[in-house]
Design a protein around this ligand. Structure first.
Ligand SMILES: [Zn+2]
Length: 165
């Protein structure tokens, strides 16, 4: 038996006994653990992202279930957030742009000048017809920058996903 397996089996055998000790230790060293985790994440970003990506790929059904459950149990919270963050310009800006601005076939992304433009990006929802024609990757980036700038929450972004064109 290799050492890894041995350790694992030992842990499983002593789990019940260890859990309270572990819990207490975690409680007492909360800040240290947080710091360590943060550092570890910073140093292993790519690796962690790959693992996460793979895990997500293999657990699509599980994730779907979780998300559905989350939405079901948080219905009130969501509608409250929706009201708080509701931007009447946003809905109409998107609708207007969608109706009025067609993206000619073969248009190149205005941001990276490489990919095909398939999205309309609003820098300002008060100017519904001022859009940038961008690729999906750049759109995500631009939205991220805009969300930081405007302090829009990720929840709001998810509640009003930009329709895929
Ligand atoms: Zn682009």
């Amino acid at each position: 038996m290799d050492i890894k397996q041995y350790k694992r089996e030992w842990y499983l055998k002593n789990k019940e006994r260890l859990n309270p000790i572990q819990k207490e230790y975690n409680k007492q060293n909360k800040d240290e653990i947080k710091k360590y985790q943060k550092e570890y994440y910073q140093n292993n970003k790519e690796k962690i992202r790959m693992i996460q990506k793979n895990w997500n790929k293999n657990n699509k059904d599980k994730i779907k279930k979780w998300v559905n459950n989350w939405f079901k149990t948080n219905k009130e919270k969501i509608s409250e957030n929706k009201k708080k963050n509701y931007n009447p310009y946003k809905t109409s800006a998107r609708g207007l742009a969608f109706q009025k601005i067609t993206i000619p076939k073969g248009t190149i992304c205005m941001e990276c000048n490489k990919e095909l433009a398939i999205h309309r990006h609003h820098e300002d929802y008060n100017k519904p017809l001022e859009v940038m024609l961008v690729c999906q990757k750049c759109h995500t980036q631009l939205d991220k920058i805009k969300m930081d700038r405007d302090k829009i929450t990720i929840t709001e972004r998810h509640l009003n996903p930009i329709p895929i064109i």
